[in-house]
Design a protein around this ligand. Structure first.
Ligand code: C5P
Length: 229
């Protein structure tokens, strides 16, 4: 049984409003995704890191990926949604990856992931029958809006978690889960739709997803702080 990372990086990053896919925005003098891949390639247990790019991605070739030679492989099979990109990546690996092998699906945009967080996930899941994901218990009080920006109620945060990535499932299970629930926003959602219960493994807020311009500044602060300590 092996572990592989699969990084969907075929999104346009429209919410970022930067005019180019957010995975290529500069972060400490590298494209953002470089930091993501550096972490995944540094996890000894992970045999190979696959990156799913949009078929017409013209940015990838502009950068130097030689630091990851032999550890990294690109798959130009991104789809219209994140779930499509992940599903296409899983299909592209049929025959190369066994149904029982673990796939760690990780957002390109979570550039502050650490090796320790990945290893915590792998150790916590062990040989779990379902799989699981990094996540964080919700800390804030939650409000439900009425559509006009007014709060019409408070939602109990008890038992609520924010899903992060990596999300770790076996290749065969994940492929069939995504085929039967293609409209999900994460892998765990597809597995839950099969009636299974992915394990929630506690992570922390530093594993943020860069979505809005401010997130890029936060990511820079986190990475810079780590370099200095
Ligand atoms: O847009 P969002 O932040 O939810 O995207 C999460 C991850 O999924 C990003 O790494 C993005 O590149 C990827 N994605 C993808 N294919 C899409 C849409 C998003 O690989 N069609």
């Amino acid at each position: 049984m092996s572990y592989y990372a699969l990084v969907p990086a075929a999104g346009g990053g429209a919410r970022m409003g930067a005019g180019r896919p957010k995975q290529y925005l500069p972060l400490l003098e590298r494209p953002l995704i470089w930091h993501t891949l550096a972490t995944l390639c540094a996890v000894p247990a992970v045999a190979r890191v696959f990156v799913v790019l949009a078929p017409d991605d013209a940015e990838w070739e502009r950068y130097d990926w030689s630091a990851f030679a032999g550890r990294l492989e690109i798959l130009r099979c991104g789809g219209a949604t994140r779930a499509d990109s992940v599903g296409n990546g899983l299909k592209a690996l049929l025959g190369r990856v066994a149904a029982e092998d673990w796939m760690l699906v990780h957002d390109a945009a979570r550039a502050c992931l650490t090796v320790a967080q990945v290893e915590t996930l792998i150790a916590a899941l062990g040989d779990d029958a379902v799989g699981g994901l990094l996540a964080q218990p919700v800390a804030d009080t939650l409000k439900r809006a009425d559509g006009a920006g007014r709060s019409e109620g408070t939602v109990s945060r008890e038992n609520l978690w924010q899903a992060q990535t990596p999300q770790m499932f076996r290749h065969g299970l994940l492929l069939s889960a995504l085929a039967s629930a293609p409209a999900v926003t994460d892998e765990a959602g597809a597995v839950e739709a099969l009636g299974l219960k992915p394990q929630l493994v506690a992570a922390d807020a530093t594993n943020l997803k860069v979505t809005y311009p401010l997130d890029l500044h936060l990511a820079e602060i986190i990475l810079r702080d780590r370099k200095q300590s």
